[in-house]
Ligand binder design. Sequence first.
Ligand SMILES: [Zn+2]
Length: 82
Amino acid sequence: MERCSICKGKMELKKVDVIKKIKNKIVVIDEVPAYVCYQCGEKYYSIDVVESIEKLLEKVEKEEIKINTIQGAELKFEALSV
Ligand SMILES: [Zn+2]
């Protein structure tokens, strides 16, 4: 991975939480691998990761994955690739 495109800072591979809003519900995806800039904290995701997140959100939208109506859901990223 190259350097941050915003500040040219060094990138570090980390596990982060991704928070998305679907139909007024909050979906938190845990432990998503991302490159995080040391300097400005900007996050970058690989294409595979972005695709996995999109697939998951699609499932939530189609209600293939049930989520709590009030608080939303916390989902483990690793479970998505199955
Ligand atoms: Zn940066």
